[in-house]
Design a protein around this ligand. Structure first.
Ligand code: HEC
Length: 193
């Protein structure tokens, strides 16, 4: 049977109208309003926080096994990893967020994170910029999700200053010569003119 062009587009239209998930073109404003800052929406703060966590790779560093491709059950998520990241900033360890968030409320957490970003206590390789670029509501939702998991696991080692030996196994991230906040050549080896 040959369908005319009009009949074909009509049946395609009906087919699309009956499809529950409609993917609109990227330029469409139908899924947001032009004056709102882009942000994640969802049925609850916890669901929003969980979505952000899963799409931002937070488990990679903060959950044991995740980086090796073995994500443990959700009850063990965000309990931290004792593997250090060593660079010119010293050695940092992805903290146990299940314990670190216990003492906070949503409001004090958002405030504490905002105050810490841009200071020497916001060290690599934690993607602080990701948190910085979240809306307060989305950062708060992230907290609500972590908090809803409840405390679990044990504390991870505290950050070690530069020149102090790491507290255990670590990944060397960058030689001091090309690292974060360190001159490419130390004054002693710079040519004199
Ligand atoms: C590449 C590894 C890595 C990834 C990915 C990562 N983190 Fe971290 N995170 C760290 C490290 C390391 C620290 C400790 C930084 C320091 O001591 O300055 C940290 C610290 C934190 C802290 C501060 C905890 C405290 O109270 O001291 C929070 C909150 C946090 N991360 C949340 C997140 C969230 C949310 C994500 C996902 C958006 C994430 N992290 C992704 C490595 C990572």
């Amino acid at each position: 049977m040959r369908l005319s062009r009009a009949a074909l587009s009509l049946s395609l239209g009906l087919l699309l109208a009956g499809t529950p998930l409609l993917l609109l073109s990227c330029g469409s404003s139908a899924q947001g309003s032009p004056d709102a800052a882009p942000h994640v929406v969802g049925p609850s703060k916890e669901a929003i926080g969980r979505y952000i966590l899963l799409t931002s790779g937070c488990n990679d560093c903060h959950t044991p096994g995740a980086m090796e491709g073995h994500l443990p059950p959700e009850s063990q998520w965000l309990t931290g990893t004792p593997l250090g990241f060593k660079g010119p900033w010293g050695t940092t360890y992805p903290p146990n967020l299940r314990l670190k968030t216990v003492a906070y409320t949503e409001e004090t957490f958002v405030k504490a994170i905002r105050q810490r970003i841009g200071t020497p206590t916001a060290r690599p390789p934690m993607p602080w910029d990701s948190l910085h670029n979240m809306t307060d509501a989305n950062l708060g939702a992230l907290f609500c999700y972590i908090h809803s998991l409840g405390p679990a696991g044990s504390p991870m080692p505290e950050p070690r200053p530069p020149n102090a030996p790491p507290a255990g196994p670590y990944i060397p991230m960058a030689p001091p010569a090309i690292g974060h906040g360190t001159p490419a050549t130390s004054p002693a080896t710079q040519p004199t003119h």
